[in-house]
Write a protein that binds this ligand. Structure first.
Ligand code: IMP
Length: 427
């Protein structure tokens, strides 16, 4: 039995879906502990693509049970659409999915407010996914949120939604919007509740019971460390705790039960939305990474900003998450580049910094180390010795600069296009 937290070590989209899928073969329960329908991963089932935003990708493994824990914010309509897609493929059997009664729900005015505010913010726009994530978490923290359990009781739901709407009404009007009709919202959400009822439960107890049975549990993070509300490039962050510590609060387990934290990082860097990105490449090199790496958002389809691997940011991620091993993804995307660069430090006002500072991200000047590239196709490599010497040196240098071992290297999108040196579920 192992209990492993998997987190993104960059700005999200590190390729967590493939790594979670790989590990899930040995896992009994996969738990999403934060975020909402802002996340997204594309899965291929029998040659057909499905994009899931809420349900963990573990649902494809018929023996794995999936949990949406209380740290998540759930848009019930999105969730039901995903459940229908999964059910149509025969994958939603009894007991396969549990949803926390304490998870906050995304109300119809949340995406509305998200979109209106972004439209107004001009150059200060965060570039959110406009899924209502920020307003839903704001309501939770302001103690006026509506939770999954509330969907099961008309009087309670109506009371909470009415009080919630009263708080937002002036804001929506000031932004030039209009609240969706109350009666429709209540009817729709009660109908969602009726369908979701068999899945709504106390998931923290569910996970505790799995731990007591000595089952293997994977706690799946969403987004990435640099988007964490406390530790990311604030205010250009999401509204939840995306780091490994968030797994305990979000899933309702104690830190003492966690065996290992795995951090996922691409062999380069990407970011979608606004905000600082010190190693961003604006010209042809950035476009090449975007095209070869298919760097377009799974949720919004937006082109991702691309750049070199930022080692100070990665080192920081290793530290704040307590990462024990890294999975390095998309190394194959770098094949064919004459030279590679690694950002080893930043310069800020004449000083050299080896870690991310508190602010002034836009003023950071990256300091680069240049390394030779390789031309060979590496997608068939299955051990480190199969890799060209310069690819091996690149991986070794990342390990050295990150101060953390690399336990897995992904050399292609397919499940078997992987070099596995360390499996956190085999102990
Ligand atoms: P929000 O989470 O929709 O509020 O967006 C806040 C910031 O997080 C924006 O820069 C989004 O692009 C980014 N973001 C949210 N979810 C993801 C994700 O799953 N991958 C990458 N970026 C994300």
């Amino acid at each position: 039995m192992s209990i492993v937290v998997i987190v993104g070590a960059q700005w999200g989209d590190e390729g967590k879906g493939k790594i979670v899928d790989l590990y899930t073969q040995h896992v009994d329960v996969v738990v999403r502990f934060g975020g909402g329908a802002n996340a997204g991963h594309t899965l291929v089932v029998d040659g057909n693509k499905i994009v899931l935003h809420l349900i963990p990708s573990g649902v494809l493994h018929p023996k794995t049970r999936c949990v949406l824990a209380q740290g998540t914010v759930v848009d019930p309509a999105v969730l039901l659409r995903e459940m229908d897609e999964i059910a149509a493929r025969g994958l939603l059997g009894p007991g396969r999915l549990s949803i926390s009664d304490r998870a906050h729900i995304v109300l119809p005015h949340h995406p509305l407010i998200d979109g209106l505010r972004e439209g107004e913010a001009g150059k200060n726009a965060i570039g959110t996914t406009k899924r209502g994530i920020g307003p839903a978490y704001e309501d939770k923290i302001a103690r006026r949120g509506v939770r999954m359990g509330d969907l099961l009781d008309r009087a309670r739901l109506t009371d909470k939604v009415e009080r919630n709407r009263a708080q937002w009404q002036p804001v929506i009007v000031a932004l030039g919007g209009k609240l969706p009709p109350l009666a429709e919202t209540i009817d729709d959400y009660l109908a969602h509740g009726e369908r979701l009822k068999p899945y709504i439960t106390d998931t923290s107890r569910f996970v505790a019971e799995a731990i007591a049975r000595k089952e293997s549990i994977l706690l799946e993070g969403a987004q990435g460390t640099m988007l964490d509300v406390d530790h990311g490039t604030y205010p250009f962050v999401t509204s939840s705790s995306t780091i490994a510590g968030g797994a305990c609060a979000g899933a309702g387990i104690g830190p003492t039960v966690i065996d290992e934290v795995v951090g996922i990082t691409k062999a380069y860097a990407t970011r979608v939305g606004g905000g600082p990105f010190p190693t961003e490449l604006h010209g042809d090199e950035g476009s090449r990474l975007r095209e070869v790496g298919a760097e377009f958002g799974a949720t919004t389809g937006r082109p991702r900003r691309c750049g070199w691997l930022d080692m100070p940011a990665l080192r920081y991620a290793v530290r704040v998450n307590g990462i024990g091993s890294l999975a390095l993804t998309k190394l194959d995307v770098l094949s064919g580049l004459g030279e590679l660069r690694l950002c080893t430090a930043y310069e800020l006002n004449g000083q050299t910094l080896s870690e991310l500072p508190y602010d002034d991200f836009d003023k950071l000047v990256p300091v680069y180390e240049t390394m030779p590239g390789w031309t060979e196709d590496i997608t068939k490599c299955r051990s480190m010795n199969d890799l060209p010497v310069s690819a091996r040196s690149y991986v070794a240098r990342i390990e050295e600069l990150a101060g953390c071992k690399i336990g897995l290297v992904s050399v292609g999108a397919d499940r078997n296009e992987t070099i596995m040196m360390h499996d956190p579920f085999k102990r």
